[in-house]
Structure formats: C-alpha cells, structure tokens
Design a protein around this ligand. Structure first.
Ligand code: BGC
Length: 746
C-alpha cells in the first residue's frame, strides 16, 4: 500500500469509530464493534516493526533528538515522565504528522495522589473511608494532568499491605480488601471519568499481583501467597477495578512462589483475561521484564522478552526487550505474530477510547489555569481533614481559650515532606504548612523547630524548652520525611526516627499541654510516645493543603475525620498483625503478659495461646479506629430476617446517637464472621461502611444493605461461593468493637 492510500485507509478507519462510545457490548473498557473494526483496519496496515513499536514505552530523559527519531520511525507507542504540554504536543505532532501511520502516543506519568494539587497520600485517602472524596480527588488529578497532555496515570496502587515496614504501604489503601476495592472503584471512576472524553486519564491498577506481601516488608522481595489467599485477600480490589472499567494493568516486581509476575500467565491471562474479561492492556513495571534475568527466571533479555510476550504482557516499560528482540523472536517462531497483534489491539483500543486519534494535542495555554483551582485546593483541604486520625485526646483538643502557642518539630514547616512520596509535580512553593496556617489563624505563634529534620539526632532541646515557658500550649509536628516511605524505602525500625521521641519527652517536661501531630507514610509504632502527649493526631502525609487542614482541626473549625486503614502496632515485632486474621486453634484468651508474671524460677508454662509474652495479642490501635470531638452510641441493631438466601440482601438497621456536645461524623462499620466454613475463616471482615453526620445530641436510625453475595469466598474446592451456615455481624465504630447480631444463610 502506498503512503497516500494508507493514510486514507487510516483516516477512514479513524472516522469510523466514535472515540468515546462507552460500553454496550460487554467490553470492560468500553469498546464496541465499530472500534474493533477500526482496530482491524489500522492493524492490517502495520508492519511487524510498527506493531512492536506500539508495544514499547520509553521515558524521557535522554536526548530529545533521539526520542523524536524514535517516535518518527514508529518505534515508540508510549512515553512516560513528560509533563510539559508544549513538549508533549511536539512529540504528538511528530507521532501524528511525521510517523508513517500517524498513531498518537499515550503519555503516562505517576499521578498518584494528585498532579499539581497534591492530596494526602493514598493511605491517607483510605483513612477517610470516603470513596466519594477519593473519586473527586482522582477527577481533579485527571483534570490537571490531562490539561498538560498526560492521559495515563500509573494509579491506583491496589496492593494489600499487612506490613508497615514496607515503604509502599504509603501508596495503597491499607490492609483490608473491601476498603481497597471501594477505593479502587472510586479512583478508576475519578481518573477515567464516568464517560470518556479528553479529560479522561486512563487508570493503571498496580502492581499485579501480590507485591505488598514482600517478605519481611523489604521492597521487591519475594512473596509466597497461596492461590486461595491471593484470591480472597490480594485480588478482590483488582477485580473490582476491572469491573469498574480500568483501562490498564501494571505487572509487579515480585516473584510469587517463584514466578515473577511479568512472566506469569496464570495471573495475566487465566485470571485477568479469561476469568475477569479484562480488555485493556498490560504494561510491565519499570524494567520488570529485564529483572526476570536477576530473578534467575530468564537467561537474557531476549528470553525475558519472549516470556513476557507469551505470558501476557502487552507493553514494555523501559526494558527495551520487545523493541530489541520481538521481531527476531517472531521470525524464529518463538512468539506468534498473533500474540503481537493481540497486544497491539489492546493498546490501540485504549488509545481510541481515550480519543487520542481525534484530539492528540492540548491547548498548552490553558494548562496553567487548570491547576491549583480554588475548587481543587478546597477538595485537597477537605480530604486532608477527613484523613487525619485522632488517636488520643485527654481533653485538650480542640484547643480553645489559647492565645500563644509554641510550634515545634521537624514537620511543622517542611513543605516537601508534607507532600509525601510520589508527588513529582506538586510544588513546595504551593504547599501550606501547619506553621504557615497557624500563623494565619491569628494565634500568637512562637516557632522553634527543635530538630532540623526527622532523622536529626540532636538532643539539646534547651531552646525549645525556654520558648515553651511563655506559651499556653505546645503544638509539635513530628513524623517521617517523605523519602522514608515509598518505593524501595522500607524500614526495620518503625518508631519515630531520630530524636523525635526525646523531643516529645522534653516537651512533656515543660508541664504545658502537648498536642502532637505525626505526619508519616506508614503507621509508626508510637506507643512509647503516647505518655508524653496530651493529644495525638495522625496525618498520613497530607499534601498541599495539609497545613490548613491540621490547623482547622486543632482549633476546632474542622473535626479529625479519619479512621485507621491499617492496624497500628505496639512494636514492630508484632508484624504481621491485621484485624482480619483467622482464629487459630488456640486463640488468645487474655492471659497475663510477661511483665505481669512473677519471676519464679522453674516455671514450666507462661501461657498456652496465640500471643506474644511481651506485647500480647492486641495492637496499639485496631483497624477502623479513630476518636472524634464527640462521642457516639450504637444501639438497636436489628436484621430484617433471621435466614437469608445466597442471592438475598441483608438489611441491618441500627440507631446511632451523638452523645456529645459537638456535631460530629461517625464512620459506621459493619463486620461479618462466617462461623464455620470449608476453610478457616477470618475473625471479622469489613463488609460495609458509611459516614454518618450527626448534630450534638442527635439520634438517627439507619439501614445498611449488604448483598449476601458479599460473603462469598474461595473455599476448599477453589470455587467462589457463599457457604450456607451461621454468621455473626457487628455494627460499630471500629474492628474491635460493635454490637453483634446473628443470622443464617441457607
Ligand atoms: C514503580 C511503579 C511506577 C513506575 C513508573 C516503578 O519503579 O514500581 O509503581 O509506576 O516505576 O514510574
């Protein structure tokens, strides 16, 4: 076909499909027959080399000229890490006008918790237990990023994390599959929009799969998740994202039971494609194809490329394995051309659905105005407020009648650290710190940081103590610098780092009320610090508007709205400890801890159940926990039936009363236990939550509806069913409390 005919054919193909038709024929990402036909036409005009080019993703950072040449000759299908709209437009121009086929690029970026306007880290967003806010945040991120030409984000991260040593616990929604699933759906909808248009940013669920179970919490480490556990705990959020139409998937770095995810067709094909019907595309993680060589799973890059292609990978991020070896592999008969066609088909489908063929360019002049809008900053503040968890309050919060305060601690004025991990595009200069916000509030603020940064080991606190003399209260901001969590940033000691605990102790010695706020990327072990503070707020790195959110909470203009999305441990030695564990054959029955046992020699037993002699069986704070400025009482928990059919809906009604003197928001949580199963079942599993707003003294009767199908799990015979039998349900304010009611499923 000569070039003119080819271009005409492509133009017709392009015109044939409406870019944003959205669903209709059961396609998960929204494709339809016209789009599939259009893909056929494009594919039929492509050479093998051009097809393989579509499967190659390259990061900017090298020479512009080389990148331009690569795009022009069709050997790049996607780029990542460019956010300048002018540069993106130029690269798109080369792709669309100068490459033989004119196929636009899809530009990716890690837009993880906001683009310019940075929201709390994902763990903080999870702490809101508010999928509506998560969706709004993702939508705002999409509006800002797509205005610059970024049409693909490597988010949401859906890795269940039961180990706070793992630095990437910051990037996900914590330990619970149900909370993770709700957040997954919200974020996919937010990024992609309810209907696809030029503000849709393709979401990428990652890391598929099991990455959060890295042994020892050490990033990139092997995982050993048996199939049933994988399906019951690690996969539900991914499945939920696929059902919500997520357009792309990223493979994970880990090997599970010896098989690296990038070469695991069981998850990439059997589960993802055949069981779930996913029809977007699969991208590797950064060089995870090449890393199959380090795993000892492939001998060289060529073999790694062969394995990845045959096992279900569509696009290579930064190994250059496909672009270097696929053509040869096809010629040698080691990879079928149909495998390549299929991968390209998946990639083109997403490009078409995003409308990139019709609108490859952005209006670069409009990009700036799309960022940091008042609405975005408001949403970021509100999300931060709802993410902050009140863990202790001896009655000092909210601060009232206070005129002069000492603001101290290494996180009080650390704009970069407050943004947290993966905030590539958020700017320090736009970040409002607690110090700035408290100064704005009209309080008389004395600021002595005490420690320069979180790892600072100084122990001379004389200046801080002297400054405390004349103040009414001390506001300390401690925690972790941004670089202490996130990728490759695991820790084996998760106490407050540096001399921060010593700082809190010194503050306690002043006799002034101490309100401490921890800003961190993980749930730190703060037990030893609790005695040194009158109140403790916990803010997973809260983003651009973290300062105003915290100031408003401290001063009582807003309430601390968060609940723990992960279990807070007493000591790192308790890892892994999570609320939805199995009962075991010898559950802890309240036996005495070592410190309560006498020192008689020759004792033969100190206890016979499942607990630590030195730290018990309970965490410091359970999953779902958080105080408010008021109190709530639950009562009258009633089910609409005693017995349900497997396809029924459980209606549970309950009364909730605000028994305090301020208005407040309860995060009502419903947990269920399946008493006897074909396999041992968790002691409790979250099945529903909702935020209920109540005026002081107000009582509401609420009804939660939970489909019985939510109780299904992968049982002994590896099928997914609701097993008939007895269940207990709890309605309450966290995973360690609640009013129980019983029911049966037949
Ligand atoms: C991370 C991914 C990320 C990718 C691209 C990798 O190192 O594991 O989560 O999306 O880099 O930046």
């Amino acid at each position: 076909m000569n070039k003119t005919i080819l271009i005409l054919a492509l133009a017709t193909a392009v015109a044939a499909g409406s870019a944003c038709s959205g669903g209709g024929n059961g396609s998960k990402v929204g494709s339809d027959a016209a789009i599939e036909k259009r893909i056929d036409r494009i594919l039929s005009g492509m050479t093998l080399t051009e097809k393989i080019g579509q499967m190659n993703q390259v990061s900017v950072g090298g020479s512009d000229e080389m990148m331009a040449d690569a795009i022009r000759n069709g050997s790049v299908g996607s780029i990542l890490n460019e956010v300048d709209p002018l540069k993106i437009n130029e690269m798109q121009r080369i792709a669309v006008e100068e490459s033989r086929l004119g196929i636009p690029l899809i530009v990716g970026r890690d837009v993880i918790h906001g683009f310019k306007t940075v929201f709390p880290i994902p763990l903080g967003i999870a702490a809101t237990f508010d999928p509506g806010l998560a969706e709004e945040g993702a939508r705002i991120a999409a509006l800002e990023a797509t205005a610059c030409g970024v049409r693909w984000t490597f988010s949401p991260m859906l890795d269940i994390a039961r180990d706070p040593r793992w630095g990437r616990i910051a990037e996900g929604s914590g330990e619970d599959p149900y909370l993770n699933s709700r957040m997954a759906v919200a974020m996919v909808r937010g990024y992609q929009g309810h209907t696809l248009d030029n503000t849709s940013m393709a979401a990428c669920m990652k890391h598929f799969a099991g990455y959060g179970a890295a042994e020892g919490g050490r990033d990139y480490n092997s995982t050993n998740i048996p199939e049933r556990l994988l399906r019951n705990i690690y996969l539900p959020a991914f499945k939920a994202a696929v059902d919500a139409g997520v357009m792309t998937v990223m493979t994970s770095f880990n090997d599970n039971d010896g098989i690296p995810s990038t070469g695991n067709s069981h998850i990439l094909k059997d589960i993802l494609r055949d069981e779930w019907g996913f029809d977007g595309f699969v991208v590797t993680d950064w060089n995870s194809m090449g890393e199959m060589i380090s795993h000892g799973f492939a001998a060289d890059r060529k073999e790694a490329a062969m394995v990845a292609a045959n096992e279900g990978v569509d696009m290579d991020m930064m190994t250059f394995g496909f672009i270097s070896h696929l053509e040869e592999l096809v010629k040698e008969g080691k990879v079928k051309e149909s495998v390549i066609d299929n991968a390209v088909r998946n990639i083109l489908r997403v490009k078409i659905l995003l409308g990139l063929f019709e609108q490859p360019y952005v209006d670069a002049d409009a990009a700036e105005a799309a960022c940091y809008t008042t609405a975005a900053l408001e949403a970021a503040r509100k999300t931060a407020e709802e993410s902050v968890i009140l863990l202790k309050n001896d009655g000092v919060l909210p601060l009232t009648g206070v005129r002069k305060v000492l603001v101290t601690g290494p996180l009080a004025d650390a704009p970069h650290d407050q943004l947290g991990t993966w905030a590539f595009d958020g700017e320090k200069g736009r970040t409002v710190t607690p110090l700035a916000a408290l100064r704005e509030s009209g309080l008389d603020v004395v600021y002595v940081p005490g420690l320069a940064f979180s790892r600072d080991k100084s122990i001379d606190f004389s200046a801080v103590k002297a400054a405390a003399r004349g103040v009414d209260a001390i506001l300390a901001f401690v925690g972790e610098e941004a670089i202490l969590s996130g990728e490759a940033h695991s820790l084996s000691d998760i106490n407050l780092i540096g001399s921060q605990s010593e700082l809190l102790k010194a503050l306690r010695e002043t006799g002034k009320p101490v309100v401490a706020t921890v800003m961190a990327g993980r749930p730190l072990t703060v037990e030893r610090d609790l005695g040194n503070v009158d109140a403790l707020l916990y803010a997973f790195h809260p983003g651009t508007m973290g300062g105003p959110a915290l100031a408003r909470i401290i001063l009582g203009e807003a309430e601390p709205g968060g609940r723990t999305p992960v279990t807070f441990l007493r000591t790192v030695g308790q890892v892994p400890m999570y609320y939805n564990h199995n009962m075991t054959g010898r559950p802890y029955n309240g036996e005495t801890l070592l410190e309560g046992i006498g020192l008689e020699a020759g004792q033969t037993s100190l206890g016979n159940t499942s607990y630590y002699l030195d730290s018990g069986a309970q965490p410091l704070f359970p999953f779902g926990y958080g105080l408010t400025y008021t109190t709530f009482e639950y009562g009258n928990v009633v089910l609409d039936k005693d017995v349900y059919d497997a396809d029924g809906v459980i209606e549970v009604s309950y009364d909730i009363t605000n028994t305090g003197e301020r208005k407040g928001t309860a995060v009502v949580q419903v947990y269920v236990r399946d008493l006897v199963g074909s396999i041992a079942r968790p002691v409790k599993e979250l099945k529903h939550f909702e935020r209920v707003h109540l005026a002081a003294g107000e009582k509401k009767t609420m009804t939660a509806r939970i489909p019985v199908s939510e109780l299904a799990f992968w049982g002994r015979d590896m099928t997914f069913n609701v097993e008939p039998g007895e269940f207990t349900m709890w309605v309450g304010g966290n995973s360690a409390s609640g009013i129980p009611v019983g029911f049966r499923v037949r």
